[in-house]
Design a protein around this ligand. Structure first.
Ligand code: PGA
Length: 254
């Protein structure tokens, strides 16, 4: 049985004090034998703090971005090897806020995924359409194009990545894709992956975009939704714990 994966994306939020109380509350609230994966994608300066706060717990460390370059004269960038030094297990690549506000192209996102894989870190590749693209009937074409770049760059290693479908219009807006809308896109992504790898069924496809304590169970009940990438609701321990609890009670097929 495939375990669900719930990843909190803190974005540019947090402080030493706030992080400590949030992680303590999560550790205290997570049931013994938690039967789903849990990770926190935290701002880079807090990786060391969260690594030590999560030591000995079931919470994995994730980063929010990684450089496409290996090392050298790239002021402000953080390399995959540096993330590895802090025990990072997952890294988000191609989050829509990176694509939108930092000009990341499909090729850049694919290169970042490659760097992560080469360092032994699992990239969580984010794809998703804007409202205008959805209204123009281009949803599937957009997410397929975004994923195709990563498949092309990574060949057979593609089975090592996690994919997160995050409709841009649902991020931080309180508008969630309906379970049926999300499932439809997830099924399309799964079939695209199946054409590239024999392991597509075992891969984790997360949904993100205003997932919260109230809607998580329904979304996670869909056949191809293997977890969540949670922004706003991951900053409140009680909300994030409810989402984790919802994930535990659902098991994906295969
Ligand atoms: P949200 O963000 O849950 O606040 O909509 C999700 C994300 O951007 O990963």
């Amino acid at each position: 049985m495939k375990k669900k994966l719930i990843v909190g994306n803190w974005k540019m939020n947090g402080s030493l004090a706030a992080n400590a109380s949030l992680v303590q509350a999560l550790r205290a609230g997570m049931a013994e034998g938690t039967a789903c994966g849990v990770a926190l994608a935290v701002p880079a300066p807090y990786l060391a703090q969260i690594q030590s706060l999560c030591a000995g717990s079931r919470i994995d460390l994730a980063a929010q971005d990684v450089s496409q370059h290996e090392a050298g004269a790239f002021t402000g960038e953080v390399s995959a090897a540096m993330l590895r030094d802090f025990g990072v297990r997952y890294v988000l690549v191609g989050h829509s806020e990176r694509r939108q506000f930092h000009g990341e192209s499909d090729a850049t996102v694919a290169a970042k995924a490659q760097r992560a894989l080469a360092a032994g870190i699992t990239p969580i590749v984010c794809v998703g359409e804007t409202l205008a693209e959805r209204e123009a009937g281009q949803t599937e074409a957009v997410v397929r194009r975004q994923l195709a770049a990563v498949i092309h760059a990574n060949g057979r290693c593609i089975s090592e990545v996690v994919v997160a479908y995050e409709p841009v219009w649902a991020i931080g807006t309180g508008k969630t894709a309906s379970p049926a809308q999300a499932q439809e896109v997830h099924a399309a992504l799964r079939s695209q992956l199946a054409a590239a790898t024999a392991h597509a069924e075992a891969m984790l496809l997360l949904y993100g975009g205003s997932m919260n304590a109230a809607n998580a169970a329904q979304l996670l009940a869909e056949q191809d939704i293997d977890g969540g990438l949670v922004g706003g609701a991951s900053l409140k321990a009680s909300d994030f714990l409810s989402i984790i609890a919802a994930a535990q009670s659902k098991a994906s097929r295969s």
